[in-house]
Design a protein around this ligand. Structure first.
Ligand SMILES: [Zn+2]
Length: 460
């Protein structure tokens, strides 16, 4: 049975969907003003893998991931670039979609944008004001009054008193309490703005997720995820808004993905120590990046280093080597391995354990190949690819993956020599064939003659 670690209760719990027919999943997406960095990519890859496993387990999943397309950073960047906010956000939304496709990430079912949900946001703020959870400050901004929501802080396991003690009071504050957070901001001249009962302005960040999740998943749904840095205050604020407005439980299970670290420091745009996904994709195969993300558990911090990415590439090379040259068959089962793999994934999406099962399977395939039991090896190879699909790996042509880092001129030369050797062998020109083989060996190329032709690899 599927168990998921719930950040709200701090326990791994059996997962029971609210509606057996369809699971509701909401993930906080990106604020779109720049390239996706490796930390964003980790969240996308983790939830893509979770959705793939849930669907393979027979669940229907309504996966909603929002786009924050209005915010202070967007306004500042658009101004700096001399373009409109819309031009900036459209450009980066397209870039994110391209990156996702490269990484084999399936698009969410719905990708709601904040600017397309202004009426729902206004209605929700209005409800919060009517119910006395929100107030209009002297400068016209609307704030949520945190002390009206007694269980505030529960998600981060802190109580209101200790949070209040730790909060800084800004001299210029117009808030009643430093913990209060903005729901509606009055616009400054030249900023994008929408009409509201409180004047022209734009929504705060937290309220958009409460409004959009209610619209697309209902007031109470199964799973809500995001990066661990969103746990407080963003996700706590979502709970405070939604539960105060709708008088019911908001989310059953809260899931948070750990940081990506560089030299033990959290990688972030604000610290300037980040790599964009595009930079990393220039060096590594997309599946290598996925493997690197999944070989650690999603709740653990992940250390970004060339060493760890090279290890991921070497591990994938081992798995691809096991299936290369085997015929493609579409339907295959290997009960023992599938059961083990699914048990690992059902245990709070334990991808490191699931990957260990893939290695056991590869080891068995290699043993069968040595013993010339090609038929069973082929079946197990198909199973390895099928399980790999849930993690989004082993979906490329093995030869393409194994030769991905070899210069195209060199590849052409090697393949030309192999073709000449095959012709020589067909014509019984054994001496010439041996000479070509020696030439390839001197170039560091190893050959393997199989029933499906000659496979080659370059010594590392
Ligand atoms: Zn959110």
């Amino acid at each position: 049975m599927l168990q998921i670690y719930n950040h709200l209760t701090k326990h791994k719990e059996p997962f029971k969907p609210i509606n057996a027919k369809q699971i509701g999943l909401y993930v906080c997406g990106m604020t779109v003003y720049d390239y996706c960095h490796i930390g964003n990519a980790r969240i996308f890859i983790i939830f893509d893998t979770i959705v793939k496993h849930l669907r393979a387990s027979g669940y229907k999943v309504n996966y909603v991931r929002n786009i924050t397309d209005i915010d202070d950073k967007i306004i500042a960047r658009a101004k700096k670039n001399g373009e409109t906010c819309q031009e900036l956000t459209e450009r980066f939304i397209n870039i994110i979609h391209e990156d996702e496709q490269t990484l084999g990430i399936e698009p969410p079912c719905v990708e709601p944008r904040a600017t397309e949900h202004i009426p729902q946001i206004i209605e929700l703020i209005d409800t919060l004001i009517t119910k006395d959870y929100a107030y209009i400050a002297t400068n016209g901004d609307v704030y949520y009054e945190v002390k009206k929501f007694p269980s505030y802080g529960k998600l981060a396991q802190q109580d209101l008193t200790s949070l209040q003690a730790g909060a800084r009071v800004e001299v210029t504050e117009v808030k009643r309490d430093p913990l209060d957070f903005v729901l509606w901001k009055m616009s400054k001249p030249g900023e994008p703005e929408w009409d509201s009962p409180w004047g022209k302005g734009r929504p705060g960040w937290h309220i958009e997720c409460s409004a959009m999740s209610a619209k697309h998943l209902g007031k109470h749904f199964d799973l809500h995820g995001g990066g661990v840095d969103l746990q407080f205050p963003h996700h706590q604020n979502e709970i405070a808004q939604s539960e105060a407005a709708f008088d019911c439980k908001f989310v059953n299970t809260w899931m948070h993905v750990g940081y990506v670290q560089l030299n033990q420091h959290k990688m972030s745009k604000s610290l300037g120590n980040f790599f964009t996904l595009r930079e990393v994709l220039k060096i590594y195969h997309p599946e290598t990046i996925r493997y690197f993300m999944l070989v650690s558990h999603y709740r653990s911090p992940l250390n970004y280093s060339d060493e760890n990415l090279n290890k991921a590439q070497a591990a994938l090379t081992t798995l691809y080597t096991a299936i290369r040259g085997l015929n493609n068959i579409t339907e295959a089962t290997a009960d023992k391995y599938e059961t083990q793999f699914n048990a690992a994934m059902d245990d709070d999406f334990n991808t490191p354990e699931a990957i260990a099962v893939l290695f056991e399977l590869a080891h068995e395939i290699n043993r069968l190949r040595i013993n010339k039991q090609t038929e069973i090896a082929t079946q197990l190879g198909a199973c390895l690819k099928k399980l790999g699909a849930i993690l989004g790996i082993l979906q490329s042509d093995p030869e393409e993956f194994l030769h991905a880092n070899i210069d195209s001129d060199l590849k052409e030369k090697i393949e030309g020599l192999i073709a000449a050797r095959t012709t020589a062998r067909t014509n019984k020109g054994w001496q010439q064939a041996d000479q070509i083989r020696d030439q390839l060996t001197s170039m560091g190329i190893e050959l393997e003659d199989t029933a499906h032709g000659t496979l080659w690899s370059k010594k590392p």
